[in-house]
Design a protein around this ligand. Sequence first.
Ligand code: PLP
Length: 375
Amino acid sequence: MTETRKPIPFVDLARQHADIEADVMAAIRGVATEAAFIRGPALGAFENSFAALHDARHGIGVNSGTDALALAVRALGIGPGDEVVTVPNTWISTAFAVSHAGATPVFCDIDPDTYQMDPAALERVITPRTKAVIPVHMFGHPAPMTAIEKICRARGISIIEDVAQAPLTRVDGRLVGTIGDIGCFSFYPSKNLGGYGDGGMALTSDDALAARLRQLSNYGQNEPHRHQEIGFNSRLDTLQAAILLAKLPYLESWTAARRKAAALYDERLADLPVKRPVAAPGAEPVYHLYVIEVENRDACLAYLRDNAVMAQVHYHGVIHLQECYGDLGYRPGDFPVAERAQEHILSLPIYPQITERQIDQVVGTLAEFTSGKAR
Ligand SMILES: Cc1ncc(COP(=O)(O)O)c(C=O)c1O
């Protein structure tokens, strides 16, 4: 590097905090003053606000997005001998949720342009043991819910949506997270709505499922000291709930800012030999990630990072070939679309506060690499 370039972080949470510091610190002070750290008033307030935003009857705050998925699988009564279908290009938690319940994760391939579950591939792997499908709204684009719903509803198969990367995404006019039986959200700090630590939420409009989710997440109790089943300690901390409640009013404008940044990337990348994100008809993405495809991805990633652009890959490795799932018997080539994509995809920095200048620097550095003028 001959000149010093200002680093462009992958996400800039310090910058976000600076913008909303007064709101967040007031929220923290409120919880600390009341000393209501577990199941305090801010938890109920946040659960209700987040559920209302989605027009869902119930929101159950839990420890993490991982737990929201794991409890959702159990709340549906899924266990040993059952199969649950998901995609192989998601974060590992989606599959772990199935395994931890004693059921078997089954994978199906994805669409090469949107990276979402391919409904035709889903249909091919359904068996009489299939109890649920977990469509994942990958990268902040929606899974094709209309087609998935049609397949599942006709067969009595439950749907758990993994909305970790996609709050406020719409598909065919509907918000994701309330289309299936349960919608599972993550508030991991870098998510579109991120806490100051781990956090998650399950949304449902089914009263019985909501009661089961709440019971499972609170030591299996349906009332204090009555343990109806063997449960978990998985509650959203009141501190996190208060912070998330303070951040929630910003989610809409942050989403608009992400869309604006994505549109700028789309425009600036038009003449470069990279594949830009593809929104399916009827999709209204929220760009949790801005994912491109590029030749020589690993060299490109290294070049960007050496030149102050902190790009990432989501994710290195597909789940069906991970060591922990060796006993499922999958082989390379089983899901060629997901496997090919996983070798070419690259996530460029995107966050609501990213500036046009920063985007130009990212694109300029990428152009150096793709034109062979890498320094
Ligand atoms: C698609 C997907 N599912 C599940 C999770 C798990 O969420 P958490 O990190 O809150 O456990 C994440 C995020 O990490 C994710 O991206």
